[in-house]
Structures are given as C-alpha cells and as structure tokens.
Design a protein around this ligand. Sequence first.
Ligand SMILES: Cc1ncc(COP(=O)(O)O)c(C=O)c1O
Length: 371
Amino acid sequence: MQKEDSFLPDLLCLKLKEKLHIRKEEGNYRQIQLQKTSKIDFFTNDYLGVSKNDLIKLPKKSNFKGSTGSRLLSGNSKEALSCEKKVAQFFLAESSLIFNSGYDANIGLISTIIGREDIIIYDEKIHASLRDGIVLSRGKSYSFSHNDLMDLQKKLDKFSTIKNVYVIIESLYSMDGERAPLKDISNLCEKFRTKLIVDEAHSVGIFGENGKGLCVENNIHKKVFARIITFSKAYGFIGAAVLAKEEVIQFLINFCRSFIYTTALPPLAYYKIEKILKKDLSRERNALIKNIQYYTDCVNSAQIGPIQFIKCSEFMHFEEIVRKLKKVKIFQKIIKYPTVPKSEEGIRLTFHSFNTKKEIEILLSILNPVK
Ligand SMILES: Cc1ncc(COP(=O)(O)O)c(C=O)c1O
C-alpha cells in the first residue's frame, strides 16, 4: 500500500513533465517574464493612457483601509456601494455589481444564471473566461461561426422551443478586434425570445457616448440581458462589473460563487473606478480614433477599433518581424495556439491615444512588407 502511494506522485510528475515538454517542443511554452516597458507601445490594453499617465490621482489626505473580507462580510464599504450606483447610472443600467476582475465576472455570471437544463449559443471567438463560465454552468452549449448571422439563426431555429436559451457574444472581439453585428443579433434574440449576454471588455471607455460602450451606441442596452464591462482595459485599472436588472444582480449576490467567496477589492479601488468614470476622456478618445484611422488608412483596413490583428502567413517570417520590431523598441509577441486556434496565430497590435504619427510610421515601415 505504502509502495503504491509513493509511486503515484512520480507518475503524476511524469505526466506534468511530459505535457510541459510537448509545450516546449511545439514552441508554445509560456513563461512569466518581467517585460521591459517597450518604448513604443502597440502592445498593452491601456488604450487611453489612463494607466501610463496616472490620470487618476488620489486626494492628498487619503486614508483608505485594506479590504478585510468578502463583500457579504467585512469587505463592504461606502465606496463600493457608491461606486456600484455610479457605474449603473453611467452605463444606463438598472443595477450593477462589481467583481474583482473580468474573469471573475464572466465565470460567475454565466455559471450562476445558466443551469444544466438551459441552452447556450455562443460565438466561436468568445474569450476564455466566457467559455470557462459555460463549462461551469453545465448547460448544453453550441458555437456559431464568428459574427455569422445565418449560422446563429440556424441554431436559434433549432432550439426555439426550449424555454431558456442564452446567446453569448463580445461587442468588440478581444483577439481579432472585429465588432459584432449587435443590432442584428439583438433583433434575432428578440425574435426568438432568447437572452443576450454581451461582454464589452474592449469597447467601454472608447465607443458610445462618453465611452458607454457599443450596446449603448447601438441603443440595444435595454434589451440585453446582461453586459460585462471591465476597468482593466481602456480604464487602465482593475475590476469589472455586471450590468443588469436589479433582480439579476440580487440573484448574483445570493448565488454567485466568484462574488461571494472572495475578498472584496479595497475601498481605494472602488473610489478610483468612480473617479475614472467622472473624468472627461474625450481628448484621449479622439486621439485614439485619429491614430486608428491613420493606421487603417495606411494598410487599407476597414476595421475601426483599437485592436488590429495580423494573421501569420508564414510563422518563421513573423518571428523575424517580432525581432525587427524589438530592435526599434516595439515589443510584440506572436499570439499562438492554444490561446487561438493554430490557423489564427498572428500579431495583435493595440493602438493608443498617446501613440505618435512617427511611431505608427516606424511600425508600418517594418510591417508593410508583410502586407
Ligand atoms: C473579452 C474579455 N473579457 C474578459 C476579460 C477578462 O478581464 P480581466 O482582465 O479584467 O479579468 C478579458 C481580458 O483579457 C477579455 O478580453
């Protein structure tokens, strides 16, 4: 018996080693490295420079305490309550609930609201956090081809007799930077009486009036069952929120494990989120849009968004491009499998309000031969 016990860890260890070895062989081995901040930034999600330029200052005599517990125990604060009220008002929602991250919000919302008797239809390119929520929900799930309305309709047709069907999409896709046909999808969901969940992680702060997001810009926000927004991208900070009707939020407070069983953000974080939303970022937004426009005009891209993806045509060639970019102080990494399917590997460029025309020209001088 004792022999078997001591044998087991070795077997397990071998399995882990083998898997890591395969990763290395395939060139996909992940390492946490301290990145030198690249001089020219086409890499971070700090689209408006909120983080880089430390746009949100603390009052001189601030006296914020640590969190001390979960929101349902000692971790609640007047800052948290005030922040949730302001977030709901700002994004034109009935109610909001703050989570420690977008990942927590997505796995929590989806696994709590959707049950094993429900059907989920999701865009094949949704973020890993939404997928993990789907797995945890134990609902039956089916993907539809990326942004393909016909395929979505086909799937909705198939399941229209089932009571609870949820459609899950992003408004601006985090990898390829494409926008969802929000109005059409919302109309389809209305026609088939299904509930629509939209992850707006990459569109809030940038699109819609004062950065209220693409659901507001398309005037579908009242029809959407729930929106997920993050403060970790254009708002340059941390944390996320679910925006939904009051009864959905109350349900999450009562049943959502990634909300209940975790220490709350410290009061300072809620304070900062509220301050970020009060800040007029229109100058930064305009500068960002101008930079995107300049780049898209130069490369003939129809995609107006801060994320511009260049698919790898030839892998080795792209390694060379990454090396060349590094020489001119532009840090990039190839987005590889398993983050994206093998056929979708490439370079994910992100544009910012603070990029200069000269920087974009340097980038283009290296990328242009690729096009
Ligand atoms: C579409 C999308 N949703 C959710 C998340 C998770 O957000 P967070 O980084 O705040 O956990 C990300 C982050 O990469 C994302 O791209």
